[in-house]
Write a protein that binds this ligand. Structure first.
Ligand code: ATR
Length: 280
């Protein structure tokens, strides 16, 4: 009997732009795993039904993207500590007993891309995280676990930055990292790594922090990639910082999900290099 390949997907709205199917197909080819990974456009009010239907279809797990990441933990019998802290999940594992495990691999992906692929140390670093929405919430825990000396969360709406800092206060103390919430106007210079977790580039808006936060040689990272990151990266380059887009984060968060599902670690650095060459 020929068994059909294990089925996975990414669920989102919109989802047509997602590069996850190509990335997971490449991981599967390079690790000799047999699987199928598809895109599923889910109605805005239909996430739970979409997951149930995919489980019934025989799906083994799925990635979750905008706007469903915050709804995903509620479907799970168990959440990883980092998904609990973020209040959001990007990876679901459908277990053989029918229960769902939820994880959030976004932060691990960001940290892996900064430290391994870009070769920039977070241990002892002074980090500025710009934004306090879902994207920022998904990465703050793993950023703290990387052992920075300091993280400032800067956001247009200060109350949201303060809430994010409050929910991560215990982890920051444990890590002996200083964690602060500020408005962009109150920021001072002296950051080694600046991470844009706002949707400002996509909205065509100005970069939401003053250029004085950039010192020459600092890493300026946009969690978006492609045209959505261009405004921030041009701004960083013009002020002597080292720009980097979020393509590596995308590949690395996918690698974490793949390892969780398949028990095999894919060669993520190779796949990132291939995607970067295609983009160039
Ligand atoms: P996501 O899930 O992508 O993080 P979100 O939860 O809507 O989306 O959060 C968007 C983030 O980008 C927020 O930090 C938002 O700032 P506010 O909390 O003040 O709304 C920030 N943002 C979006 N557009 C912005 C702009 N034009 N200038 C500054 N910040 C912006």
């Amino acid at each position: 009997m020929i068994s059909s390949p294990d089925l996975y997907c990414v669920m989102g709205h919109p989802v047509a732009h997602s590069r996850s199917p190509d990335i997971h197909a490449r991981f599967a080819a390079l690790t000799g795993q047999t699987l199928r990974y598809e895109r599923r456009l889910i109605a805005l009010d239909g996430f739970a039904d979409g997951v149930r239907a995919f489980v019934a279809e025989g799906g083994r797990g799925c990635n979750v993207t905008v706007p469903f990441k915050f709804e995903a933990p509620a479907l799970a019998a168990e959440c990883s500590p980092r998904a609990q802290l973020a209040g959001a999940a990007n990876t679901l594992v459908f277990r053989p007993d029918g229960s769902i495990f939820a994880d959030n691999t976004d932060g691990l992906g960001l940290v892996a891309d900064i430290t391994r692929n870009a070769g920039v140390a977070l241990q002892g670093a002074r980090v500025l995280l710009v934004g306090a929405g879902g994207a920022a919430a998904g990465v703050l825990g793993p950023l703290l676990q990387a052992g920075p000396a300091h993280i400032t969360v800067a956001n247009r709406t200060l109350a949201k930055a303060q809430a994010l800092v409050a929910s991560h206060g215990a982890l920051a103390s444990l890590q002996k990292s200083e964690l602060l919430a500020l408005t962009p106007q109150a920021l001072e210079a002296n950051f080694d790594v600046i991470i844009n977790a706002t949707a400002s580039s996509m909205a065509g808006a100005e970069v939401p922090v003053p250029a004085s936060v950039l010192r020459p040689g600092a890493l300026a990272y946009d969690m978006m990639y492609g045209p959505a990151a261009a405004g921030f990266l041009d701004w960083a380059r013009a002020h002597g910082a080292v720009p980097r887009d979020g393509l590596g984060m995308l590949v690395e968060q996918a690698a974490e999900a793949f390892a969780l599902w398949r028990g095999v670690r894919p060669p993520s650095a190779q796949v990132l290099q291939e995607l970067q060459q295609q983009a160039a």
